[in-house]
Design a protein around this ligand. Structure first.
Ligand SMILES: Cc1cc2nc3c(=O)[nH]c(=O)nc-3n(C[C@H](O)[C@H](O)[C@H](O)COP(=O)(O)OP(=O)(O)OC[C@H]3O[C@@H](n4cnc5c(N)ncnc54)[C@H](O)[C@@H]3O)c2cc1C
Length: 372
């Protein structure tokens, strides 16, 4: 049996690892570069229980445990660490008071009020998402998986009964017995090839600062307001490699069909730099080592699509993980490997994520769904 995985983001790479570990032949087809999109530009924040109360809870809890286990099983360093997490808001009238709230985080401006603890090392952690994705891909390759560069342009099918026979890369066919669509927001394109619901892309911007040892390993979630009244929710993640990642400023700008052509919205980096300079004198003085934009994949009901594509044997999808794709990649990879190898999952019930729960996107509406 050969499984073809379309997309080398965190979801594709992690599924490849769990399949290859079981001795199944896997080929990952990636158009642009492993972790070139959201999987390389995300925050990499992980939480054990922040999805509690939603259908995601079992996937998130299993994933949080697997993230810890993977650091023991897989060679490499992707900056995994447990951390404290705080929440707060800005009130720049407090500057004169000279403190930033009940939990005083000295690296933040006096106008930042850190008002609550949101997580402890028991419940929150982080990874460097690009390094994590690369490590999963290397580990898959070490277990025999192949990585191919190529843009998937279609699914090759046999009819009556309908089942997949491979994928098309332009005029070339790559044969396989199972195909998994894991193209993040570009999974939308697969709705032209298979009966699938829409996956949309929501854009986010981020900066990475070289902060050295000046910032302790504590994650911070804030709410603030720009001078024109726009409310923003910046997330600040100091990393073990001496950088600090900050993301904010989302938009619904249309997804470019080529992942290599993702670019920032005009003015977004300038707004984010100004915001960061207000939040922390350390950030104001630090060199910026990356300015990034990327799209997270979302579905119409907010839950990912993980499982069999209805009506076409051998076709699967794992996409639409929204803000928790880095967290939920390990349990998704494990569950997809179980589904394909054993016919059913053992650790997480995938029925809330069944692609058949949502209406199929009419391929004639694909262009409009992609944002024109
Ligand atoms: C600003 C921001 C911060 C985030 N922070 C966090 C966080 O702290 N914690 C967390 O858990 N999640 C976070 N996320 C969410 C997370 O980044 C995503 O859910 C996750 O990266 C999605 O992974 P993916 O593999 O599905 O998609 P992607 O990373 O988009 O990967 C899809 C891959 O498919 C490839 N591809 C596309 N079309 C084709 C084709 N035709 N043929 C072959 N390959 C193709 C692309 O090149 C790409 O490499 C964040 C997202 C954003 C935007």
């Amino acid at each position: 049996m050969r499984v073809l995985i379309c997309g080398g983001g965190v979801i594709g790479a992690t599924i490849a690892y769990f399949l290859a570990r079981r001795g199944i032949a896997v080929t990952v087809i990636e158009s642009t570069g492993v972790a070139c999109a959201a999987s390389g530009k995300a925050g990499g924040f992980l939480a054990r229980d922040w999805c509690d109360g939603s259908a995601l809870a079992p996937l998130a809890r299993r994933s949080f445990a697997l993230h810890a286990r993977l650091t023991e099983e897989v060679p490499g360093d992707w900056g995994y660490r447990r951390l404290d997490t705080y929440g707060g808001f800005t009130d720049f009238r407090r500057r004169a008071a000279g403190r930033n709230g009940p939990c005083n985080l000295a690296w933040l401006s006096d106008g930042v009020v850190v008002s609550q603890a949101l997580g402890t090392p028991e419940t929150t952690a982080q990874v460097h998402p690009a390094s994590f994705t690369a490590a999963m891909m290397h580990a898959a390759i070490a277990h025999g998986a192949e990585l191919r560069r190529g843009r998937v342009t279609g699914i090759v099918r046999r009819e009556s009964p309908a089942r997949v026979a491979g994928i098309a890369i332009g005029g070339e066919t790559v044969e396989g017995d199972a195909v998994i669509v894991a193209m993040g927001p570009w999974s939308l394109l697969a709705a032209a090839w298979l009966p699938l619901p829409a996956v949309f892309g929501l854009k986010g911007h981020s900066l990475v600062f070289d902060t050295g040892a000046q910032v302790p390993g504590e994650a911070v979630f804030l709410e603030t307001r720009e001078a024109n009244g726009t409310v923003l929710a910046p997330e600040l993640f100091p990393r073990s490699d001496g950088t600090t990642y900050v993301c904010a400023i989302s938009s619904e700008s249309p997804l470019p069909l080529d992942p290599a052509r993702v670019a920032a919205d005009p003015g977004a980096f300038e707004r984010l730099e100004k915001l960061c300079a207000n939040l922390s004198p350390v950030l104001a003085a630090a060199r910026i080592v990356a300015r990034q934009a990327c799209y997270r994949p979302v579905t119409s009901d907010g839950l990912p699509l993980i499982g069999r594509v209805p009506g076409v044997a051998g076709a699967y999808i794992a996409s639409g993980h929204s803000v928790w794709g880095i967290l939920n990649a390990p349990a998704t990879g494990e569950a997809m490997a179980e589904l394909i190898a054993d016919g059913k999952t053992r650790h997480v019930d995938l029925s809330p994520f069944d692609p058949a729960r949502l209406p199929r996107l009419d391929p004639a509406r694909l262009h409009a769904a992609a944002g024109g």
